[in-house]
Design a protein around this ligand. Structure first.
Ligand code: DGT
Ligand code: CA
Ligand code: ZN
Length: 583
């Protein structure tokens, strides 16, 4: 049984590799794969259960891709994909994710300089070999070197963005759960702590000891595996096709709590816990909390029991970094942190009226109601965003459409909003009078990533000072693993946000997670209001709310610090009060 999720993952890899092979994301083939991907994404039924003819009958899927899907569902393999994987090993694929090194350039440096890995690239940069190649010069060399450094790709510090790691973790987890005798599969390590990038994925499997060999075998033979690095009786380490390490450990079901506590870390957090245990004449390890001289654990089955025995309440994994959480827990003053269930509205939300939106206003509103939201601000792009933005006339007709939807669905408050573009000098779309017509504006950076920190700070400060701006969207504009964000002076920006009552967005898109957890923590401490938003462009993206909440927790955000935890009427009252205060 092949699920749509698996088909989507297969198509994603095909898109990545075909882009490399064709040298451009604009190639006919790549665009056909992307069209097919969108069609599969929009299917309610499992595509792989259909026959060739039926798959071809779905709009957007041509004959060749339809037969690829059939091959995948009947054999579990895709020969086209396997050929591409051989042609582009993980080390090469990694190179193409570096800004400034598109598929074409990677092809060229591979051919001309024999660059086959990041290490080779570092040598080539060191020896200034890139500047001799067509289309490259000292500036592009410097830009690439800087991107490599800022993305943390060098040497053994190489990290994978969470957005790429989570689907891998889910694929292993889902498949291991189907094995007989497996009780649970738990994600641990930095991915569970929701670090924005991970060195590797850690999974802990609770299983009857009779099936441990099967579990270990299933890990090594998983379809995502490129190479098995270590295969033991309780631990297997593999490297995926995408170059990501995965460590899987099996434990007995009664030890799962101790195991996930240990393997969730962080190391610094664990060290503190072990010291606490020692001060109590006890021993804490991955099997349990033990008396100094005994084999019967004081606690091992759940994390809660172990924390309780150490004199603490359970701690959310996102804050287990030895950054104050241990002291807070011992003094019983860990605040309740925000969770997705607290979030009652979404304040950054697109429809297909934006050029990059993919679901209609009706579908988006129904999805929001289905997700239990009490209010949404529909914030399609302002006119300054090339191709994707709406002209005044389009905005006016959009407004009327939204108003009609609002009448039809009284169970949800539809705020009419806009995602404004912050210009190079901080000016915004339309004019002030037109912008005043919006109920909620999120202002974001979508251009000019290379200005100096001083210039970036100034343009953001100017945007914050605009009376129509309610929130600053994805603060730095970064795309994790692909594009470093803008550099800015943080404190002046946070002071201005706090002073003017403009909210800072916690963007739930996994490839953004912008603002970062560090910025969130600092902002909340400075009294800046936060909003957790999905920035959805499709109905499937409303689930990002839980990612946004996790990142907010990593920044120690409480429900009180987050504006969209307010119920509908209270939120509207806050909005009115702010308007009057400014007006
Ligand atoms: P990373 O680097 O993104 O993979 O970060 P983690 O935290 O996932 O680190 P990893 O994969 O090396 O180890 C997973 C967890 O296992 C770690 O958070 C804590 C635990 N652990 C691993 N090695 C040690 C160790 O030497 N001492 C202690 N106390 N804990 C360890
Ligand atoms: Ca790890
Ligand atoms: Zn947006």
């Amino acid at each position: 049984m092949v699920s749509n999720r698996q088909v989507l993952a297969m198509l994603d890899e095909l898109i990545e590799l075909a882009t490399l092979d064709e040298g451009s994301p604009q190639s006919f083939k790549v665009r056909a794969y992307e069209r097919a991907r969108r069609s599969v994404e929009n299917q309610a039924t499992e595509v792989a259960d259909l026959g060739l003819k039926e798959i071809q009958g779905i709009g957007g899927i041509g004959k060749s891709i339809a037969s690829t899907i059939v091959e995948f569902s009947s054999t579990g393999r895709v020969s086209k994909l396997e050929a591409l994987r051989t042609k582009y090993p993980p080390a090469i694929r990694e190179l193409t994710r570096i800004p400034g090194l598109g598929p074409k350039t990677v092809k060229m440096i591979r051919r001309e300089l024999g660059v086959e890995s990041l290490d080779d690239l570092l040598v080539a940069l060191e020896q200034q070999q890139l500047r001799g190649l067509p289309g490259l010069g000292p500036t592009s060399e410097a830009k690439i070197a800087r991107a490599v450094e800022r993305l943390g790709l060098t040497g053994k510090d190489r990290r994978t963005p969470l957005v790429s790691a989570l689907p891998v973790a889910e694929a292993f987890s889902r498949d291991l759960k189907t094995l007989e005798g497996v009780h649970a599969v738990e994600l641990c390590g930095s991915a569970r702590r929701f670090r924005e990038s991970v060195a590797d994925v850690d999974l802990v499997v609770a299983a009857d000891s009779t099936v441990w060999p099967e579990v270990m075998k299933a890990v090594s033979s998983h379809p995502l595996v490129h190479q098995t690095l270590l295969s033991g009786t309780t631990k297997t380490s593999v490297l995926t096709q995408g170059g990501l390490g995965v460590d899987v450990r099996v434990v007995a079901p009664h030890q799962i709590g101790a195991a996930i506590l240990y393997f969730t870390g962080s190391k610094a957090h664990n060290v503190r816990l072990r010291q606490l245990a020692m001060a109590q004449d006890r021993l804490l390890n991955e099997y349990g909390l033990f008396p100094q001289d005994g084999d019967d654990p004081v606690a091992s089955e759940t994390e809660e029991e172990i924390y309780a025995a150490l004199g603490m309440a359970w701690l959310p994994p996102e804050i287990r970094e030895d950054a104050g959480e241990i002291e807070a827990a011992l003094e019983h003053r860990v605040p309740r942190l925000v969770s997705a269930a607290d979030l009652l509205g979404d304040l950054h939300f697109h429809t297909d009226r934006s050029g990059d939106g993919r679901s209609s206003p009706l579908e988006m509103v129904q999805a929001a109601i289905h997700a239990g939201l009490e209010y949404v601000a529909i914030t399609d792009h302002g006119e300054d965003l090339a191709i994707n933005g709406l002209s005044r006339e389009q905005m006016e007709s959009h407004r009327r459409h939204i108003a009609r939807l609002g009448e039809r669905y009284p169970e949800i408050e539809l705020l009419f909003g806009c995602e404004l573009n912050i210009g190079a000098d901080g000016t915004l779309d339309y004019d002030l009078a037109f912008r005043m017509g919006f109920d909620w504006c999120v202002a974001s950076i979508h251009s000019y990533y290379d200005l100096t920190p001083r210039q970036q700070t100034r343009r953001i400060l100017r945007a914050i000072a605009d009376p129509t701006v309610s929130a600053i969207g994805h603060l730095t504009g970064r795309m994790l693993g692909r594009r470093p964000g803008i550099e800015l002076e943080l404190d002046p920006v946070l002071e201005e946000l706090a002073g003017r009552g403009v909210a800072l967005e916690v963007n739930g898109a996994l490839d953004r997670l912008d603002a970062s957890a560090e910025v969130i923590r600092r902002a909340a401490a400075m009294g800046v209001n936060l909003v957790v938003s999905t920035d959805s462009h499709h109905v499937s993206e409303l689930k990002r709310m839980s990612y946004g909440a996790a990142n907010a927790r990593r920044g120690w955000a409480t429900p009180e610090a987050v504006l969209n935890t307010l119920p509908r009427q209270e939120f509207l009252a806050r909005l009115r009060a702010r308007r009057e205060g400014i007006g």
